[in-house]
Design a binder for this molecule. Sequence first.
Ligand code: DGY
Length: 326
Amino acid sequence: MSKPKVFATHSLFDAARKILNESCEMEYWAKPERPPREEVLRRVKDKEGLVCLLTEKVNEEFLKAAPKLRIAANVAVGFDNIDVAACTKRGVAATNTPGVLDETTADFAWTLMMAVARRLGEAEALAGSGKWKHWDLDQLVGTDVWGKTLGIVGFGRIGRAMARRASGFQMKVIYTDAVRAPEAVEKELKAEFREMNALLAEGDFISLHVPLLPETRGLFNAPKFHRMKPTAFLINTSRGPVVDEAALVAALESGKIAGAGLDVYENEPFIHPGLKRANVVLAPHVASASLETRTKMACIAAENVVALFAGKRPPNILNPEVLKAS
Ligand code: DGY
């Protein structure tokens, strides 16, 4: 029997390639730069499977170009790049990679929080510049993280991983979410629920952990920044468009908030020039980028593809209704 043809928009990692190569006829995009859209659309013409990164928009245009497609496996937990409804309409299974990147992403949100509070970017620049003359009492003084209040927006797996880390820093943890967590979870994580406005007024560090949905697009806008303390920091490792970037720049410029640690942006890879300032730590969407985690993510995507072609339910299917239909 012939193997299903699958296109991967990345060379992935050896472990994931091994999984895919065993049961699929694979074609990998192996160049370091992202493939041009026309190239992807040309290559998926005859493919039944796709393994893609979050930079690939799997929308109507894409699906039209890939009439044989049966699965689009995203190597990411966020799947705002995939039009799941359009996939469902065409009977294409869509999958993501939940569960394996929570701790790594929380680690990185913490990294940004520490870096911006303790002015690591400025400190590193000074230490490396050859201009550091002497120790001084008030040199690069930052803000304590320990003992402060951490406000978590979105209390899913990653939000909860943030909360777990906070206890070692003797922080008070407050959170907000559309759905309040079970009492046992609040108790275990010593996390108190707040309505959004109360959280904004109380938090010293506000860390975002919501998916990008129509309801969360632009969620952090000027009125939200006005409600934050002028000493508070915003940390975003979720999705860029959750924050109105122009409003954030205005809040930083006017001192409405003290600073920000950002891993994601409204129009990646473009970064608003107003964010390039001393009190903002910037990273290029790398919160899940440990070798262990990225390898697991690629393997999970591969396993989803292999499961579908073996007639099994892909473990991370987002639109299981397509299976019932077939
Ligand atoms: C995701 O998985 O959604 C991240 O943004 C990349 O790890």
